[in-house]
Design a protein around this ligand. Structure first.
Ligand SMILES: *Cc1c(COP(=O)(O)O)cnc(C)c1O
Length: 377
């Protein structure tokens, strides 16, 4: 039987002719004798800043570290509150917690996965220091609304773009803002052969502080200006990213075509909601996420048809053991977030997914939705 794996990195590199160039880059670095803070990193940082239509890129050891260091470099620390979406990958929250600040969750909009910018005012307190909008699944947040809000209250904005490399908001690249954190985890739209991340910024002073923080607080060996950490993108991973970056726009284009096919094919199916795209958004479809109240049954049927699915994310952060019982959520809880956690269902999507696989997914989802609706009558 044909199978559709959720995301197959070997296939991505092989099917797009990228593997040979990756191999050559890895070998070049292996034989270079320079493994950290060298020419491959400089070159990739320059290329990625330019791709993001911004002036500085400071690469880090992971996306989580990029978020944490950006918040720290902007003065967030113990005693502060940082507004985050309730519905996001836990790393957004962990980055805030790592600075010593407290994450303050905001529910998603009515028919959206993204933080509801109309709910931001309600959670501001004198301790609020920053807001972290997350371009979840590759769909940009309404950044003008976030900036107006942050401007009114004098808050820092650190964007979490770990899932949104290449997306555009009103024509502007996600990454062109003041402080934007990315992840290069292998499964992201732009991923390396291991962990990696970056902060992209237009602020030269912020970039300088980040360069200190990622390298033991030192510009020069043994001159430790601040209490920094060790979080650097190594030469091998930087070289691999430089190979993949020129392909990113084409890969995102293919993701958009697959998403378009899914949305068209699933229109009007009972018990299913397809993801919306705002008119001002250029979505890069890191995930294609359906909502269905019959998720478990749907997942079983898709698995039976050879279609792998994943859940982004099955447990709301405020209910995870790491945060449960600590009073993070407001009185009245976070009902929309909890409901989403029970309904989200991610389908295979990727630049390398051939049309046959896309049609296999389409047929399996249609059959399952119709079948489940008939059984419910
Ligand atoms: C992947 C991800 C991160 C963390 O990135 P890592 O490189 O895995 O540390 C942060 N936020 C979001 C939304 C992510 O998807």
């Amino acid at each position: 039987m044909n199978k559709v794996p959720f995301y197959d990195l070997r296939e991505l590199h092989a099917a797009t002719g990228t593997q040979e160039e990756i191999d050559a880059a890895v070998l070049r670095v292996a034989r270079s004798g320079v493994y950290l803070l060298g020419p491959e990193l400089d070159s990739f940082e320059g290329a990625f800043a330019e791709y993001c239509e911004n002036s500085h890129c400071v690469a880090t050891g992971s996306g989580l570290a990029a978020l944490e260091l950006a918040l720290t470099a902007m003065g967030v620390g113990p005693g502060d509150e940082v507004i985050v979406p309730a519905h996001t990958f836990v790393a957004t929250w962990l980055a805030v917690s790592a600075t010593g600040a407290r994450p303050v969750p905001v529910e998603p909009g009515d028919d959206s996965f993204l933080l509801d910018t109309d709910r931001l005012e309600a959670v501001v307190t004198p301790r609020t220091r920053a807001v972290v909008p997350v371009h979840l699944y590759g769909h940009p947040v309404d950044l003008d609304a976030v900036d107006r809000f942050a401007g009114r209250h004098g808050l820092a904005v650190v964007e979490d773009a770990a899932q949104a490399h290449g997306a555009r908001y009103r024509g502007r690249r996600v990454g062109s803002g003041h402080a934007v954190a990315f992840s290069f985890y292998p499964g992201k739209n732009l991923g390396s052969l291991g962990d990696g991340g970056a902060v992209v910024t237009g602020d030269a002073d912020l970039a300088e502080r980040l360069r200190l923080l990622r390298n033991y607080g030192a510009r020069e060996k043994y001159v430790h200006e601040v209490k920094g950490t060790n979080s650097r993108l190594d030469e091998m991973r930087a070289a691999v990213l430089a190979v993949k970056l020129p392909r990113l726009d084409g890969w995102n284009e293919r993701r958009r075509a697959v998403a378009g096919r899914y949305t068209e094919a699933f229109a009007g199916l009972p018990g299913l909601r397809t993801p919306d795209v705002a008119p001002w958004a250029e979505h890069v479809w890191h995930q294609y996420v359906l909502r269905t109240p019959h998720r478990a049954a749907m997942r079983d049927r898709l698995a039976g048809a050879g279609v792998d699915t994943l859940l982004h994310y099955p447990v709301a952060n405020h209910l995870a053991p790491a945060y449960a019982g600590q009073g993070v959520e407001p009185d009245g809880g976070l009902p929309r977030t909890e409901r989403l956690a029970g309904e989200v269902l991610s389908l295979p999507i990727g630049p390398h997914l051939p049309d046959e696989s896309v049609e296999l997914v389409v047929d399996a989802v249609r059959a399952a939705a119709l079948d489940l609706a008939a059984a419910a009558v």
